[in-house]
Design a binder for this molecule. Structure first.
Ligand code: SAH
Length: 353
């Protein structure tokens, strides 16, 4: 609550030298501290056995070490694990571990709530509360990794994981904490992750895409479209829809070319809204011959309105139009539907929002 101290885990790698210097400690002490917090995911000061006890006490008086209180852990029939974390200010976020063919994927949140107001998404219902701090993003990953180590997923690459920013929030709307989290994740002495194992998913607001293009972090990009023409996209995604589809796709393509990676377009299939063959043809024309692939995600219904997924044949017909135009398209069922851990469903049961 209000007595919370600054979060040590939120510091970017370069800032730890300042922490040791301010305490009159030699530089290597700052490196040791960073190793505990970012590299080892330490959640208790007591764990930092190679640091002088007196300095640990001073640090504990000045900084918070943990920011997330695990409140619930649910396991789906398909092996997907969903975590509910309570933040220091009493708000909540969710994170998910999804078993993939050769690894686990960690789906993490970047904000409490979201300002994008997408009609098909549960997170949008309550609006935006705040951005997460870098340390709150990193701690989600570290707690998920600890869970994976404690309870491995046999046949899914044991301890190896990818991170996708597809949980609650619009990551490009939380640019500063996202950029800091990426720096910590890719720091060899931090989480030591390869850029190839990180994916940012965005609804594609112009300012965010422009910033991403300028910063060129080299991680993977997914652009969530939900409409191939401006009018239909704006109906379902009012805030991202302010950026014309053509412009969002152009910016994403430029980013992908600079990063040397194909960009994924995520398309939520909603019966009667985004599943029409005319939409499929418009989408195909937009993407044909360009470095994109399409993930078709049948909507996970929220049961508080009339939006639902189309019948299987409609989904296959939509996919066929894209394939015929030479656009690679895959149907993606999100895991954990039985525990409301699937795309767009996070936070439902708890808030009733
Ligand atoms: N704000 C970012 C990341 C969070 S949403 C983004 O928009 O990409 C992650 C993905 O879940 C997006 O592709 C979004 O379109 C999809 N999604 C949201 N609600 C959904 C729902 N009810 N069913 C299926 N997919 C959904």
């Amino acid at each position: 609550m209000s007595e919370s101290k600054p979060l040590l885990r939120s510091l970017v790698p370069a800032a730890f030298a300042g922490v040791s210097a301010a305490a009159g400690q030699p530089r290597y002490r700052g490196d040791q501290l960073r190793h505990w917090v970012h590299g080892r995911g330490a959640l208790a000061w007591d764990a930092m056995t190679n640091l002088p006890r007196a300095w640990r006490d001073d640090l504990a008086a000045a900084w918070d070490l943990a920011a997330l209180e695990p409140e619930a852990r649910q396991v789906s029939a398909d092996g997907t694990r969903k975590f509910l974390f309570r933040l220091r200010d009493g708000h909540h976020v969710e994170s998910v571990i999804i078993p993939m063919a050769h690894h686990a994927t960690f789906c993490v949140s970047s904000q409490v709530g979201c300002a994008m107001a997408c009609r098909f998404c549960a997170t949008a219902r309550g609006g935006l509360v705040r951005d997460l701090e870098p340390g709150e993003i990193i701690e989600q990953i570290q707690r998920l990794e600890a869970d994976l180590v404690a309870v491995p997923m046999p046949g899914h690459g044991e301890r190896s994981f990818n991170v996708v920013f597809m949980g609650m929030g619009e990551p490009l709307d939380a640019w500063d904490p996202l950029a800091a989290a990426l720096a910590i994740m890719t720091d060899p002495d931090g989480l030591g992750m390869s850029k190839r194992r990180i994916q940012i998913s965005t609804s594609g607001p112009r300012e965010g895409l422009a910033r991403l293009l300028a910063a060129a972090p080299g991680v993977g990009l997914t652009l969530s479209l939900g409409g191939a023409d401006d009018e239909s996209r704006r109906r379902l995604m009012p805030v991202p829809g302010r950026t014309p589809v053509a412009e969002a796709v152009d910016l994403a393509e430029r980013y992908g070319r600079a990063a040397g990676r194909r960009v994924t377009v995520a398309w939520v299939l909603i019966e009667g809204r985004t599943d029409g063959l005319q939409q499929a043809r418009t989408l195909a024309r937009l993407l044909a011959g360009r470095p994109f692939k399409v993930n078709l995600i049948p909507m996970n219904p929220l049961h508080d309105d009339d939006l639902d997924r189309p019948a299987r044949e409609r989904t296959l017909a939509f996919q066929q139009v894209l394939t015929d135009a030479g656009v690679a398209a895959f149907i993606r069922e999100s895991g954990g539907r039985d525990i409301d851990a699937a795309c767009g469903q996070l936070r439902r049961r708890r808030t009733g929002a």
